[in-house]
Design a binder for this molecule. Structure first.
Ligand SMILES: Cc1cc2nc3c(=O)[nH]c(=O)nc-3n(C[C@H](O)[C@H](O)[C@H](O)COP(=O)(O)OP(=O)(O)OC[C@H]3O[C@@H](n4cnc5c(N)ncnc54)[C@H](O)[C@@H]3O)c2cc1C
Ligand code: SF4
Length: 449
């Protein structure tokens, strides 16, 4: 039977039974011929809502039009004008563009993200244009996650010399040590990194700001400094029992697993608390490590911030999600976690996030056995080693327009200014900071002339 233009072409997937114990990629992407069929469903709206909805306004119809013509290299050229991380975005972007696509009104929105991935996978060797002639300005970027990498790309194309510092031994931030390989295989985004490396960016890995180098030293050595240090400090629920053995924060857990130091979870009962990307990733990692893993989420399914597709994948892999439940304390024996006291919730009036507030039901507490708990409710920015004027409320203080901090020539971007958010917003923020730094440097030149 012929497929209707309202129906999305499904993507190939690694079957749930086989992938439960396997860290290989689940979404296997489109074959080139399927990508062409899917791109042909685009009606090339006169006012493309997808472009407006993208945090960095990717020219979606521009690249879909090239894919429709079978020109994957042309699609990549369009994508690389706005986005230095197409293989990453094509895999992990929560695609707000698809939510507004009019094809979604009567059927399925165009698979915008999967098509970006197809361009990145089938035309990986397309490069950025040549950088502008050297300006003589030097910029230091601290943090090599999507915000720092995006700023590095844009500032190099502007002709500035760029050095990227990171405390870790490899660039990528969450792309390296946060997002699991079954969603973002490290080989898949290596091409994005190699393309950036070809821009002659200088890398100083294993250098931590506040430990190996100070902000003052960077200010002396560079004309501008960008802080793109993410939001990596664990934020705890602050309930009794968090000091027990077996209680993890999600950042420490995903880092341990991604960097090859996974704990032994075989046969263990693992509870993950939260409903966002990181909670779903952690529970799926635990399943792959042989655990009997489940989620405790204080709201209902409709309010889960994680992408529906990820939730579906988790459930297919055997994850149980307990909605409207919230832990009140962790129970231990001899210093080790053995159970969680959980309280049922009901939905109340909307809170500041616009979602219905979870309201505890008095007397509804019950006990769930657990060997390991992973808290994935939030993170914040580690402001410890930053000067006082930069310390905002859990984030780095910046001017909203220029992303400049109260210290002249010091800028900040990404999760470090928004709090934990997502990859496309980190890219948008990195671009905005780079544009502001470029404008600021050019003004310094005018003043000096
Ligand atoms: C498990 C998990 C899964 C996620 N999945 C998704 C997803 O599917 N889709 C999505 O869009 N978003 C996802 N996110 C969120 C996304 O990864 C982040 O929003 C994004 O990476 C933020 O980018 P960033 O560049 O601001 O910071 P980060 O990626 O956090 O990078 C910050 C970098 O700064 C470095 N750094 C920090 N402090 C210092 C210092 N003092 N000195 C030197 N270097 C320092 C760190 O080592 C790190 O490399 C996920 C997050 C997690 C935790
Ligand atoms: S909103 Fe949907 S149909 Fe319209 S241009 Fe974007 S992808 Fe195509």
């Amino acid at each position: 039977m012929e497929r209707s233009v309202w129906q999305r072409l499904p993507v190939r997937e690694f079957p749930p039974k086989e992938r439960r114990a396997d860290f290989r990629e689940v979404n296997l992407g489109y074959l080139p011929e399927d990508a062409i069929v899917e791109a042909s469903r685009c009606i090339f709206c006169r006012r493309p809502f997808c472009v407006e909805a993208c945090p960095f306004h990717q020219d979606v119809p521009g690249y879909l039009e090239r894919i429709k013509a079978g020109d994957f290299a042309g699609a990549m050229q369009v994508i690389l004008r706005d986005n230095p991380l197409p293989a990453v975005c094509g895999r992990v972007c929560p695609h707000p563009c698809e939510t507004v696509c009019p094809r979604g009104k009567k059927g399925d929105p165009i698979a915008i993200a999967w098509l970006k991935r197809a361009a990145a996978d089938y035309a990986p060797d397309v490069q950025f244009p040549e950088p502008a002639p050297p300006t003589g300005f030097k910029v230091a970027i601290v943090g090599s996650g999507p915000a720092g990498l995006t700023a590095a790309w844009q500032l190099r194309l502007n002709g500035h010399s760029v050095t990227v510092y990171d405390a870790m031994d490899k660039p990528g931030g969450m792309l390296h040590f946060g997002i699991p390989t079954f969603r973002l295989p490290r080989d898949a985004w290596r091409k994005d990194l190699e393309r950036l490396e070809a821009l002659n960016i200088e890398w100083r890995m294993g250098v931590k700001l506040g430990e190996h180098v100070t902000l003052e030293e960077l200010q002396q050595q560079y004309d501008a400094v960008l802080l793109a240090i993410g939001a990596l400090k664990p934020r705890w629920m602050n309930i009794p029992g968090e000091d027990l053995e077996g209680v993890w924060h999600v950042i420490d857990f995903v880092k341990a697993v991604n960097l090859g130091n996974a704990p032994d979870l075989k046969g263990k009962k693992v509870a993950v608390i939260g409903g966002g990307f990181s909670a779903i990733d952690a529970v799926r990692m635990a399943i792959r490590l042989g655990a009997e893993a489940f989620i405790l989420y204080r709201r209902d399914r409709a309010q889960m911030p994680a992408a529906q597709e990820e939730v579906k994948h988790a459930e297919e892999e055997g994850v149980t999600i307990h909605f409207l439940t919230n832990p009140t304390r962790f129970i231990g024996e001899n210093g080790k976690l053995v159970a969680i006291e959980v309280q049922r919730q009901q939905l109340g009036e909307p809170d500041e996030s616009g979602r219905p507030r979870p309201v505890p039901i008095p007397g509804s507490e019950f006990i769930m056995p657990a060997d390991v708990v992973i808290e994935a409710i939030s993170q914040e920015v580690d402001l410890t080693n930053l000067p006082e004027p930069l310390k905002g409320k859990r984030v780095i203080a910046v001017d909203a327009e220029t992303l400049q901090t109260p210290i002249q020539g010091v800028f900040a971007a990404g999760d470090a200014v928004t709090g934990p958010f997502d990859v496309p917003n980190a890219i948008a923020s990195g671009r905005k900071a780079a544009q502001a730094i470029h404008a600021w440097l050019m003004r310094q030149k005018e003043v000096a002339a």
